[in-house]
Design a protein around this ligand. Structure first.
Ligand code: GLA
Length: 365
């Protein structure tokens, strides 16, 4: 008998997987109608799912014993259930499921690391419910289902970067996404063939998007947008942002405008036939902008970037929403061990791994 049947007395109707992501470049641009360039990670969530008849949502995790949550579907509301089961519940409430659902999650995306563990949960469940109940839903609609679970149910005011990456990325590619018109382009990214690796360094200093800083940055971007009189910061230019009188708003807007330009530059470099190591300095410039203009880096992430560069990396930057989490480092494969060792703090506690562009979400069985 499977672990699922042990818990719920029935076999799952199927298993769906959705990956976490690392973003090559394009941070905080997604809620400003801008550009992003993520890859899917080999780390993923697998969701086993079966419909029920008793009206309950029951959630279990392979990482914890027993059934963690049992709530009538009719009682689901923002904050109830609390904790990560809320990401599952936020998806379930968007489908017509009066009979209820059993879900068993098995995940290895580090939580709070800026690698989209929450999108891996929402996207795996959303894909399962699409296949079982609403095969008419497009991938874009699924992105929105997953995002609304975070925004409206859990209360994390994210954009569409993480959900799009999890659902749309392909193995061996980075996903170039224009978050304004949702157009995408798969950019081949075979770093290993070029003698390179993208090293992820998880500092273990967890962020939490539901509180504070992330939402503040969104509001500052909205105020800058209003002050500039543009539809979105995507429409501002390096010249126009300098006209903003407020120093904070000017720097926030400048990050978005320069970051959009960096995404386009990285895509050009990756598709132009030159050596991909050329993107390194652009990644580092992205970090400087996140540190100085957007002010969402941490001393730990700054230290990772500095030590990586000093040890010979081509470029390095913090990744994700900020205020903790992970950095990505572009390094020659030959220098991987030396750079991985150099970025460790004295306690040697940082988790490091090579991010190989991996498949996006799909049904496993
Ligand atoms: C988090 C959010 C995304 C995006 C990034 C920053 O991961 O969930 O929508 O805003 O931060 O680029």
């Amino acid at each position: 008998m499977s672990a699922f049947a042990d818990l719920f007395g029935t076999e799952p109707e199927g298993t769906w997987m959705a990956p976490g992501r690392a973003n090559v470049i394009g941070e905080h641009t997604d809620y400003n109608d801008g550009f992003v360039l993520p890859i899917a990670l080999p780390h993923r969530v697998r969701a086993e799912v079966a419909r029920r008849t008793d009206g309950l949502l029951a959630v279990a995790s392979a990482q914890q014993p027993g059934v963690l949550v049992e709530v009538p579907v009719a009682d689901l509301r923002p904050g109830h259930p609390a904790g990560w089961a809320g990401y599952v519940a936020g998806v379930v409430t968007q489908f017509d499921l009066p009979g209820g659902l059993s879900v068993r999650i098995d995940g290895d995306v580090p939580a709070g690391a800026g690698l989209s563990s929450s999108a891996a949960v929402t996207c795996s469940v959303a894909l399962a419910l699409r296949d079982l109940l609403r095969p008419d839903l497009s991938v874009e609609e699924l992105v929105d289902v997953a995002r609304r679970s975070e925004n409206d149910f859990v209360g994390a005011p994210t954009g569409i970067l993480d959900q799009s990456a999890s659902l749309l990325c392909r193995a061996g590619h980075a996903l170039f996404l224009d978050t304004r018109d949702r157009s995408t382009r798969q950019v081949p990214l075979d770093l290993a063939a070029a003698g390179l690796a993208l090293l992820v360094v998880d500092t273990g200093h967890a962020h939490s998007h539901a509180d504070g800083g992330y939402g503040d940055r969104r509001k500052e971007c909205e105020r800058a947008t209003e002050a500039l009189g543009v539809p979105a910061l995507r429409d501002a230019t390096v010249e126009t942002v300098e006209t903003l009188a407020d120093d904070v708003l000017r720097r926030r807007a400048r990050h978005i405008v320069t970051e959009d330009a960096r995404v386009l530059q990285v895509v050009d470099l990756l598709t132009g036939g030159g050596h991909p190591r050329a993107i390194g300095p652009v990644l580092t410039a992205g970090h400087v902008s996140l540190r100085e203009d957007f002010e969402i880096s941490t001393p730990e992430l700054d230290a990772v970037v500095e030590t990586a560069l000093a040890a010979g990396a081509h470029g390095a930057r913090m990744v994700g929403g900020g205020f903790g989490g992970s950095a990505v480092v572009l390094v020659d494969t030959a220098d991987l061990d030396a750079v991985s060792a150099a970025v460790q703090p004295a306690a040697g506690s940082y988790r490091t791994f090579v991010a190989v562009p991996s498949p996006g979400a799909h049904r496993v069985s």
